[in-house]
Write a protein that binds this ligand. Structure first.
Ligand code: PRP
Ligand code: MN
Ligand code: MG
Length: 182
């Protein structure tokens, strides 16, 4: 098999840029949640890299839990259909919750997730996302921490997949046309 680098068309964000921005986001989270009992909720599978790198830059003794939801299937377009594939193990009643995501595309996943988690009696529910596509928004989502706003192009890497591959790229980039079978 080819190396992943040959499948990239363009690197949008380098590993250094991603990690630098995560350090800034973590510092803000440290300040905003000082003295509170924060629960990070990672959204599988895309948020795995962001969760791991963000959590290690936060100085507070946070808890981490995971949900698996899916809206994309294996293609490149958002369907708007959100399914819970794995629910939280944690009771959210009275908790300060920070949802950790890799990307907000249409906003449909997080819009649904926000109201779902809020209905469980959390004290607060906020969102941290590494990437956001403002031009793809179908629904407005109030996001507390954003890494980077990016153009409305299909990107992979740093947790983001194309047909379940390329999540392990350390950078974020666009795929070369030959990958799509063109
Ligand atoms: C992707 C991405 C976000 C969501 C964003 O997840 O990781 O969770 O879609 O899209 P939206 O804003 O249009 O709802 P996906 O459903 O592909 O699952 P995955 O994380 O397992 O790749
Ligand atoms: Mn996801
Ligand atoms: Mg996906």
């Amino acid at each position: 098999p080819e190396q992943m680098g040959e499948d990239l068309q363009e690197v949008l964000l380098t590993e250094e840029q991603l990690h630098g921005r995560l350090a800034e986001m973590a510092a803000r989270i440290d300040a905003d949640y000082a003295g509170r009992d924060l629960l990070l909720v990672g959204v599988l599978k895309g948020a795995v890299m962001v969760m791991a790198d963000l959590a290690r830059r936060i100085s507070l003794p946070v808890q981490m839990d995971w949900m698996a939801v899916s809206s994309y299937g294996s293609g490149t377009k958002s369907s708007g259909v959100v399914r819970i594939l794995k629910d939280l193990d944690t009771d959210l009643h009275g908790r300060d919750v920070l949802i950790v995501e890799d990307i907000i595309d249409s906003g449909l996943t997080l819009s649904w997730l926000l109201s779902n988690l809020r209905s469980r009696g959390a004290a607060s529910v906020e969102i941290a996302t590494m990437l956001r596509k403002p031009d793809a928004a179908k629904v407005e989502v109030d996001v507390r921490y954003v890494g980077f706003d990016i153009p409305n192009e299909f990107v992979v890497g740093y947790g983001l997949d194309y047909a379940e591959r390329y999540r392990n790229l350390p950078c974020v980039g666009t795929l070369a046309p030959h990958v799509y079978g063109g």
